[in-house]
Design a protein around this ligand. Structure first.
Ligand code: HPA
Length: 273
């Protein structure tokens, strides 16, 4: 079966379970899955039921696709995602996003947890992703190009849609939420960075670092979707504070910020309605 046939089979399966034709796809990162629990008319499909869908193995990333309505917008949310560090190829990582596009989504909202490299940042802040550095050592578009999806050499001048960034900024202002903006560096992980790597990333122009989002953004952009990316700064990156990084602490901060993050996403969806 070709990749395109697999994508179409997955989309067909999802269509047979929900009448919702999503306009917005959401990738809900660590601790944000709760947003999808509040959709109206929701249909929840475990990833393991969807043909060819990759299934996440990470604690805190339950794997469900949830279709429904939020703030008047037809949405399809990924509760959990897979990462290259789990051993998935980049093509597998972008598979769900490609399916969202085939289902009709023209906007992708990607969220993640990230370490703050910019020393003016504080854990618990939200960062609007302005641009990214693909330092993951691969590209989801490597290999034969699927012409039906997009061009061989897609332009990446506006990977994160400027109008959506403005809309998110206004939504944050309305909520009185402080939101910083910056460049997200995607690394493959799963080990966190060394202090020397963080100093290098800062010199390269990165404001935050994480292990996701870059493949999804490239895959979505390839297919002509507009992407909005938002990071939750869960910790200061290695070497900035005189202590070790702890995954449990990262999750705890993500959990603490969840309420604000969800209210921002709701506001953004409301403005898209
Ligand atoms: N580094 C990489 N990924 C992360 C971090 C970090 O400091 N925090 C949350 N995800």
């Amino acid at each position: 079966m070709s990749e395109l046939e697999k994508l179409r089979a997955a989309a067909e399966f999802i269509r047979s379970h929900s009448p919702v034709s999503p306009r917005v796809g959401l990738v809900l990162g660590s601790g944000l899955g709760g947003l999808a629990d509040e959709f109206s008319g929701a249909v929840r499909i475990p990833y393991r039921h969807i043909p060819h869908f990759p299934v996440s193995s990470v604690v805190g990333h339950p794997g469900n696709l949830v279709l429904g309505w939020a703030e008047g917008v037809a949405v399809a949310a990924m509760q959990g995602r897979v990462h290259p560090y789990e051993g998935y190829s980049f093509a597998e990582v972008v598979f769900p996003v490609r399916v969202l596009r085939l289902l009709g989504a023209s906007i992708l909202v990607v969220t993640n947890a990230a370490g703050g490299i910019n020393e003016s940042f504080r854990p618990g802040q939200l960062m609007l992703i302005r641009d990214h550095l693909n330092l993951m050592g691969d590209n989801p578009l490597r290999g034969q190009n699927l012409e039906e999806l997009g061009p061989r050499f897609p332009d990446m001048t506006y990977p994160y849609d400027p109008a959506l960034q403005e809309l998110a900024r206004q939504a944050a202002d309305e909520l009185g939420l402080e939101m910083v903006s910056g460049v997200y560096a995607g690394l493959s992980g799963p080990s966190y960075e060394t202090p020397a790597e963080i100093r290098m990333l800062r010199k390269l122009g990165a404001d935050a670092v994480g292990m996701s989002t870059v493949p999804e953004t490239i895959g979505a952009h390839h297919m002509g979707m507009k992407v909005l990316g938002i990071s939750c700064i869960t910790n200061m990156a290695a070497g900035i504070l005189a202590r070790k990084l702890d995954h449990a602490e990262v999750m705890a901060i993500a959990e603490r910020v969840q309420v604000q993050f969800v209210s921002l996403l709701r506001k953004v969806l409301g403005r898209l309605a």
